[in-house]
Ligand binder design. Structure first.
Ligand SMILES: *Cc1c(COP(=O)(O)O)cnc(C)c1O
Length: 413
């Protein structure tokens, strides 16, 4: 049964071997059929597969528990009180003010709520609108760390520009600063930095962030950050690049409520930075979604104003889940690269015969009743060999679900 159902998932991993049939989307994670139809991303496909087979889904990174009651209640109240029509394109004033207060409170950043911030349909829209707004020539380059979040390559392709990647290497997944410097040139329009980082779980060292700022300044590039895990940095306070000397004037800071408040389906994100850059992003954003989430926006304003203890407790809870998952993976025979932030633990399956992690992940539901994602889903096709044995497991699941996953994984050893 499992095997039959897997013929559905098979195309994910074997499409390279089907000449003239499926083509990969720009990200490498989705598929285009010969007729050009878009197939689901690997995450959607693996989630559907887990749902059908009863495998535990440690693939896609969404929590299986609700976020804080006050936030959910605020959305219910907003609906009851008529917040059901288009909100302003920039976002409702109360949320813009709450984002500005949040940036001041946690990072000492001053953000003008009227001119320097807009609300978006998740961090994803903020990223896409930003790339479409700032890139205008096929020679423009965007430098990203690899492996990277799957929407980056797709959005760069939509903008008609080029992606340049800088490798992150196990075990600590910090970039080599010389490689970073070599990747940035006068063609670089954007350096895109996701910190804390998905999928590796790394938190970039201070000297990496400083080097990004130095290079952006030297080559007149814009820094775009993806800080959706800003409140899930486990061992050190999060440092937005915009707080580094000289950075704010060329940085667009992107974040989102989804991960911080366990409301990934609400798709409330934001981007802030210099007013003229924000105006450029808004110009594109108004023709993507125009606006979204009228009832969720006031609720996220409530969330951003929760006491410090909410944010600290949420990070501590996710860290405990990583520890549980990490020790289960270690006892099952994986080499675990313990994360410093975010939702994911990366583990090397080579010792378990998983030197081809894509193959390993295809078999994992049958061998252990668990779904996970090979890191190769997050790298450009020509670099896949560098990440061949690595598997990403989502730790943002209920403790009882992780305990059951641990029992099942122990069958591997
Ligand atoms: C989840 C995630 C996003 C998407 O955020 P949304 O607010 O759901 O659009 C963006 N970047 C990274 C690194 C993520 O993990």
């Amino acid at each position: 049964m499992v095997r039959m159902q897997f013929s559905y998932g098979l195309s994910l991993f074997c499409m390279d071997n089907i000449p003239g049939a499926w083509r990969r989307t720009a990200s490498g994670a989705g598929l285009l059929s010969p007729q050009g139809e878009v197939a689901p991303t690997i995450f959607a496909e693996m989630s559907a597969f887990a749902a059908r087979t009863g495998a535990i889904n440690l693939g896609q990174g969404f929590p299986d528990e609700d976020g804080p009651f006050e936030v959910l209640e605020a959305a219910r109240e907003a609906i009851a009180h008529g917040a059901n029509q288009y909100p302003p394109g920039r976002g409702i004033p109360d949320l813009l003010a709450a984002i500005s207060e949040h940036q001041q409170r946690f990072y000492g950043l001053t953000v003008d709520p009227d001119r320097e911030v807009i609300v978006t349909a998740g961090a994803t829209e903020a990223l896409t609108a930003t790339l479409l707004a700032l890139l205008d020539s096929p020679d423009d380059e965007v430098v990203v760390f690899e492996p990277y979040y799957d929407s980056y390559a797709a959005a760069v392709a939509l903008a008609g520009a080029k992606l340049r990647t800088v490798r992150l290497r196990a075990p600590d997944f910090q970039p080599d600063l010389d490689e970073l410097a070599a990747a940035v040139s006068d063609r670089t329009r954007i350096i895109l930095v996701n910190n804390p980082h998905n999928p590796t779980g790394t938190v970039f060292a201070q000297e990496v962030l400083s080097e990004v700022v130095r290079l952006a300044d030297r080559h007149d590039a814009t820094i775009v950050t993806d800080e959706v895990y800003e409140h899930l940095s486990f061992h050190q306070p999060h440092t937005p690049i915009a707080t580094l000397p000289g950075a704010a004037a060329r940085t667009l800071t992107i974040s989102s409520a989804g991960k911080t408040f366990s409301v990934t389906g609400w798709k409330i994100g934001w981007v802030h930075g210099p007013a003229e850059l924000i105006t450029a992003v808004l110009t594109v954003k108004q023709y993507l979604t125009y606006a979204n989430g009228s009832a969720f926006q006031p609720a996220i304003a409530v969330g951003l104003r929760l006491p410090d203890s909410y944010f600290a407790d949420a990070a501590a809870a996710v860290l405990r889940k990583h520890e549980l998952l990490g020790s289960a993976l270690r006892s099952a025979g994986f080499e675990v690269h313990a994360p410093q932030g975010g939702y994911f633990t990366v583990a090397d399956a080579t010792a378990l015969g998983g030197s081809d992690a894509a193959e390993f992940c295809r078999e994992l539901p049958e061998r252990a009743g668990v779904v996970a994602i090979p890191i190769t889903a997050f790298v450009t096709p020509e670099h896949r060999a560098n990440y061949a044995g690595l598997v990403r497991f989502a730790a943002c699941k209920r403790v009882d679900v992780l305990e059951e996953a641990a029992r099942r994984l122990s069958a591997l050893s």
